[in-house]
Design a protein around this ligand. Structure first.
Ligand code: ADP
Length: 643
């Protein structure tokens, strides 16, 4: 059988026998109560029957107390078998059984004296038996309350216990203990024994308080409840007995005597419940042992203070009633001690609150710091995510450029190569048949193709290596008009005739620039104007001193005068969204990528590098409307300065 199943069977068997015992207790004590209420027959008769029941019935519970005696003794010699707490628990039923036996022996002596002498001598063996039950009970409860609680909880329990003790002691002093002490006795020994009863009851109340500390242990809760009920019944019966004895001199056959039978039978039931707990615990692992409950919450915290107003009422009562001053003084003293204890309790409560507040505050601070750190980490993460996104975007853009570049270069290399190959094929095929002029023309075409190819390869390599300039610009004073005319001459005459070329350049305007660079820039811009705008449209080349030119986006940062040179065409124009990308490497407009116009997307990039190397700026102005064309402008330092 599995362990849980075994435990389940044990539980159900134990539960059934517990309910059987409860039924027995209810039946017996119900009958006894009826007997005491009806009081049948003479006083002697029903008191004899009552005491016999009180003596015998608790003994019915003894099997539960001593059923594990042999096992307990055997295990106590071999401690390693059980955990220390289980070892201790095994002794509890035995001690409870001893208390029951003591009580029953006391009752037996009472019956004996009552039957043969009508009254017991005082003190007698009967008192010895009764009183010996108190240490057994105290020891049983102490063994049950071995578990140590946190210091704060223990302190609170101690104070609560002291408050309850003081309250009960004050009442006991006024009604029972005080009168007993004051009544005195025939001998000192008789006086001591007489006082031992109410003191014993105080010990039982002390047991109750100790038990309440134990009630935080979930598994022992039923035991605690049963034993607490037993103690209450016992103390109640004792107190009423003492009180009646003091008031009337006799206390035989009172209804409250049922408290003794009930109390001791409940101890027996408690012993049975403890046995059940020890059996369960022995079969469970050590960690599962005695799960603790939380500290009492809500109204339960106020329970110990119920006695405080009661003592107040008692004090007022003593002021308006006749009584021994010692008894009244005792009540006053009890009240003062109670107030003192409450003040101490309050002091500790305030300290605990301050301590908890501080702890809470530091936790809040820690939480705040953690939150802040988390926030910072989040921000960093967001930044990193943005960086990754930007890097990804850049990578994607580079990939696009690469694809575009491969496409362009492939096309651009093939075109002049095809031209060269075509002319060389013609020359080989018609070798000797061609006249010298045709041969020269073919060779020139092939040579131009080679030159174009060389330029193209150089441009591409320079752009890739980022080594376009190759050298420091050699600036000289150059006439803008002259350089522009020289560049125009580099184009085929037919090309020049296809367009209305207008020059708006003052003859005197000079710039400080590298002639080779300036030629290359103008060549790029003019060839773009011829390439991208339809024939028979106008191409305007203008030059002005910077600032005089309307629409110039900025004046140069330093105060040096600049010349602004512009090439304007009447082509398809460029949209403002595309303008910002056109000065990057290998960028061509989509429409030209699929169109018939050849290009590598390097001309504007190279022009920008060259212009900036000479201290100028370059930009594009265009409305993007086809036919309105575009204007490519760049600035260069004017020469000589100030002109
Ligand atoms: P390429 O002309 O060899 O393609 P460029 O760098 O000179 O390279 O020009 C980049 C792109 O800018 C061209 O492919 C074209 O799409 C666009 N572009 C340049 N100049 C003009 C112009 N005058 N009119 C319209 N589009 C132009």
């Amino acid at each position: 059988m599995r362990e849980e199943e075994k435990l389940g069977t044990m539980n159900s068997q134990g539960g059934r026998s517990l309910w059987r015992s409860i039924s027995l207790i209810v039946v017996i004590n119900g009958s006894l109560l009826t007997w005491l209420i009806l009081k049948p027959g003479s006083l002697h008769f029903y008191v004899s029957v009552e005491t016999s029941i009180i003596a015998v019935c608790p003994l019915l519970m003894l099997p539960y107390c001593f059923s594990g005696l042999w096992d307990t003794l055997r295990r106590s010699t071999r401690q390693a078998e059980d955990s220390p707490s289980i070892c201790q628990l095994r002794w509890v039923p035995i001690l409870l059984g001893m208390a029951i036996i003591s009580q029953s022996i006391g009752e037996a002596f009472f019956i004996y004296y009552y039957q043969f002498f009508n009254q017991a001598p005082f003190p007698s063996l009967e008192d010895a038996a009764y009183l010996s039950a108190y240490p057994a009970l105290l020891l049983a409860v102490l063994l049950l309350t071995r578990r140590r609680l946190p210091i704060v909880a223990r302190l609170r329990i101690l104070l609560d216990g002291l408050i309850v003790m003081t309250g009960v002691f004050t009442f006991s002093w006024y009604f029972i203990l005080g009168p007993t002490v004051l009544a005195g006795g025939p001998t000192l020994f008789a006086q001591i024994v007489g006082d031992a009863y109410p003191l014993g009851d105080l010990v039982l109340i002390c047991c109750l308080i100790l038990l309440s500390t134990r009630s935080r242990d979930l598994t022992l809760r039923p035991v605690v409840i049963i034993l607490s009920l037993g103690l209450i019944a016992n103390v109640f019966a004792d107190s009423i007995y003492d009180y009646r004895l003091l008031q009337t001199g006799t206390s035989l056959g009172a209804v409250t005597d049922v408290g003794w039978a009930l109390g001791y039978m409940l101890y027996g039931l408690g012993a049975q419940a403890v046995r059940r707990v020890t059996t369960r615990r022995a079969s469970l692992s050590e960690e599962n042992e005695g799960r603790a409950l939380d500290m009492p919450q809500g109204w339960l915290v106020l329970l110990p203070y119920v006695l405080v107003p009661a003592v107040g009422v008692l004090y007022v009562y003593t002021q308006y009633s006749e009584g021994d001053p010692a008894l009244k003084g005792g009540v006053l003293l009890g009240g003062i001690v109670l107030i003192g204890l409450i003040l101490v309790w309050q002091y500790f409560a305030v300290r605990e609150t301050i301590f908890s507040n501080k702890k809470l505050y530091s936790m809040q601070q820690e939480l705040h710091a953690n939150n802040q750190a988390l926030g910072e980490a989040n921000t960093r993460l967001e930044e990193q995510a943005a960086q990754v996104a930007a890097a990804y975007e850049q990578q994607r853009h580079l990939n696009e450029l690469k694809d575009q570049f491969l496409l362009n270069v492939n096309h651009e290399l093939r075109t002049p190569l095809t031209e060269i190959q075509g002319y060389l094929d013609l020359l080989r095929e018609y070798h000797g048949q061609l006249d010298t002029t045709t041969q020269t023309t073919f060779l020139n075409h092939a040579a131009r193709g080679c030159e174009e190819l060389r330029c193209l390869v150089n441009n591409v390599l320079d752009a890739i290596r980022g080594d376009l300039l190759g050298r420091v610009p050699q600036c000289a004073d150059l006439s803008v008009a002259t350089v522009v005319c020289q560049v125009l001459d580099l184009f085929e005459p037919k090309k020049r005739q296809d367009y209305h070329i207008e020059l708006e350049i003052p003859e005197t305007l000079t710039v400080s620039a590298d002639e080779h660079y300036l030629t290359r820039i103008l060549l790029n811009l003019l060839s773009n104007a011829f390439k991208y705008s339809p024939p028979h449209t106008s191409v305007v080349v203008s030059a002005t001193l910077s600032g005089a030119l309307s629409g110039a986006p900025f004046r140069e940062a330093d105060s040096t005068p600049h010349v602004c040179i512009c090439v304007k065409d009447a082509g398809p124009g460029i949209s403002s969204a595309d303008i910002s990308f056109l000065f990057e490497r290998f960028v061509r407009l989509k429409r030209d990528l699929v169109g018939s116009v050849r290009g590598t997307g390097l001309g504007l990039y190279i022009s920008k590098q060259l212009v900036e190397a000479m201290g100028g700026r370059i930009w594009i102005e265009s409305s993007g409307v086809p036919g309105e064309g575009s204007r490519f402008c760049f600035t260069l330092p004017s020469s000589p300065p100030g002109i």
